[in-house]
Write a protein that binds this ligand. Structure first.
Ligand SMILES: O=C(CO)COP(=O)(O)O
Length: 252
């Protein structure tokens, strides 16, 4: 364990959560007890519509908030978009960029993800840049080359490593109940860390790399203890406080 990389357990609610779900956020804050608080960072990324209300409820707690995407510009004529500065203004400290669902649904390129990560840094947010191969790419033996290209193309090399988070999320493991073996995770995270090191000396050792894709209470301990895994980016299982806290408890 590298103590410069404090574990981060992050929940990505995706397009889920109406106002009633704020009670889950309250329950997460209540359950994030002193024993866990001293060991890990905890983050919830609700839909943008809930950010301000969630920020009010989380005031004075150690649970951080994040957005799920941001525009590359600070403001302007971009109907329907939200800027990193607006997320920060609503109480966010992090923002996910380049999630595979956005890369697929909105055709986001590495270059656009890079611009979004830079916008996040300029707004004082920490970008969580998502990378990961599809099933087809893995079956074709291209998992490493895909991840290498995503790292080279979508991570801002100038970012101080303590202000940048990377999430390795194999696309085929997202929402499927399938996960890579711990050996696969160790190999891909070790490889990603080497490629991040290529962006600048010391960056590999200091950048947090989260694993995401079907993390559940039942497999959290096994996946989160893999070398080079610095936390989790959790989708479905982050919607219920009980499950999310059970995943975080892998660090107890
Ligand atoms: O995409 C994910 C988090 O960003 C993972 O989603 P699931 O945990 O639902 O597989």
């Amino acid at each position: 364990m590298n103590f410069a990389r404090r574990p981060l357990v992050a929940g990505n609610w995706k397009m889920n959560g109406l106002h009633a779900a704020l009670s889950e956020i309250d329950a997460i804050a209540t359950g994030f007890d002193a024993g866990l608080r001293e060991k890990i960072d905890l983050l919830i990324c609700p839909p943008a519509t809930l950010l301000a209300a969630a920020a009010a409820r989380l005031e004075g707690t150690d649970v951080a908030l994040g957005g799920q995407d941001c525009h590359a510009q600070v403001s302007g004529a971009h109907t329907g978009d939200v800027s990193a500065l607006m997320l920060a203004d609503a109480g966010a400290r992090f923002v996910i960029v380049g999630h595979s669902e956005r890369r697929a649904d909105h055709g986001e390129s590495d270059g656009l993800v890079l611009a979004k990560a830079r916008a996040a840094l300029s707004a004082g947010l920490m970008p969580i840049v998502c990378i990961g191969e599809t099933r087809g790419e893995r079956d074709a033996g291209q998992a490493e080359s895909v991840v290498a290209a995503q790292i080279a193309g979508s991570l801002p090399p100038e970012a101080p490593p303590e202000r940048l988070v990377v999430a390795y999320e194999p696309v085929w493991a997202i929402g499927t109940g399938l996960t890579p073996t711990p050996q696969d995770v160790a190999r891909m995270h070790g490889f990603a860390r080497q490629r991040i090191e290529a962006l600048g000396p010391g960056k590999g050792a200091a950048t947090r790399i989260l694993y995401g894709g079907s993390v559940k209470p039942e497999n959290a301990r096994e996946l989160l203890r893999v070398s080079d895994v610095d936390g989790a980016l959790v989708g479905g299982a982050s919607l219920k406080a009980k499950d999310f806290l059970a995943i975080a408890a892998a660090y107890r």
